[in-house]
Design a binder for this molecule. Structure first.
Ligand SMILES: Nc1ncnc2c1ncn2[C@@H]1O[C@H](COP(=O)(O)OP(=O)(O)OP(=O)(O)O)[C@@H](O)[C@H]1O
Ligand SMILES: [Mg+2]
Length: 298
């Protein structure tokens, strides 16, 4: 993580935006926010959305501003003057460009490509082109020298993800993030939940086994491991087979998606049974839990 962070900071400081790409749960958003934090400037977070148009990035006219001047300088003469003008409201990209903020555009490919067009000139020419007829200001905004953009995206095959225009891809440096190794995942789970090192490792091994057995590359991620670990920590349970809190949490968290639709010929019930089998395999055999005894880790 430290190496990727340094690499990204290097590109940003050399004047190039960075883009973290990878499957769900590999830490793209966390890393983007971490790099943004390291830059030490205020951060503007924006999350891609299929409904976005360019006005959601740049701004739009929203309502009107009305000004009335009543001139009654001479008592017998009353003159009124009305002036109605459309009111312009800046959106996040415009604010970030003007104030020199660090823009984190999370999952930017969830927005349709045409909505992101305004970024092209921002990243290349350092100019934000605004819709014309904006009152009292020019139609161009020179991008503040401190402005930095960090992007994240999921692979195109994910639901709701659009193919971004090639022109945009050429304007930033893409860093592909792979799934965490076991040790990193375990350290993350431990840090996020407060469970013991051994419990974190058991949970991570179990989730990784489910990833392989139940094809949940984008589901059985470190996020599932964190949820189970937090429940274990909060309920004072132990991450070992035989602990009812742990077993139930594993069932609920790990068989939810595959269990709803079945997976690879397995029915919902078989998926649940498979999860339980993996719990016993990865987190010790079934343990008798009598009064005052704790489940025993093999
Ligand atoms: N380096 C890290 N240190 C601590 N926690 C991390 C780290 N990386 C990721 N996490 C945790 O792992 C989980 C998943 O990370 P994150 O949300 O950044 O993934 P993502 O790649 O953005 O996923 P998605 O594509 O689904 O948005 C989060 O709960 C996050 O807090
Ligand atoms: Mg994310």
């Amino acid at each position: 993580m430290a190496e990727v962070t340094d690499r990204a900071l290097g590109y940003v400081r050399a004047g190039f935006p960075v883009h973290f790409r990878g499957p769900s749960g590999v830490g793209k958003t966390t890393l983007a926010l971490h790099v943004a934090h390291r830059l030490g400037r205020p951060v503007m977070l924006m999350v891609g959305d299929d409904e976005f148009g360019s006005s959601d990035l740049v701004g739009a006219h929203a309502g009107f501003r009305r000004r009335r001047v009543v001139d009654n300088f001479i008592a017998s003469v009353r003159k009124t003057e009305d002036d109605v003008a459309p009111r312009w409201v800046d959106q996040r990209l415009t604010i970030a460009c003007r104030e020199g903020l660090t823009l984190v555009y999370d999952e930017f490919t969830r927005s349709r490509p045409e909505a992101n067009n305004a970024l092209l000139s921002v990243l290349e020419e350092g100019v934000l082109v605004l819709p014309s007829r904006r009152r009292a200001e020019t139609d161009y905004l020179r991008v503040h020298p401190d402005f930095v953009a960090i992007f994240t995206s999921n692979p195109v095959e994910y639901a709701g993800v659009h193919q971004a225009q090639d022109a945009l891809f050429e304007r930033f440096v893409t860093i592909d993030l792979d799934a965490f190794d076991e040790a990193s995942e375990s350290a993350i789970v431990q840090a996020r939940s407060g469970v013991s090192e051994a419990d974190a490792l058991s949970i991570v091994r179990l989730v990784r086994a489910c990833r392989v057995a139940l094809g949940g590359a984008d589901r059985h991620t470190v996020r599932s491991a964190i949820v189970i670990a937090k429940v274990v920590a909060q309920r004072g349970a132990v991450a070992a087979a035989g602990d009812p809190v742990f077993e139930r949490a594993c069932q609920d968290v790990l068989s939810s998606e595959a269990g709803r639709r079945g997976w690879n010929g397995l029915s919902a019930a078989q998926v649940r049974a498979k999860v339980l089998e993996l719990v016993h395999q990865q987190a010790g055999g079934p343990v008798k839990r009598g009064r005052g005894t704790r489940p025993v880790r093999p």
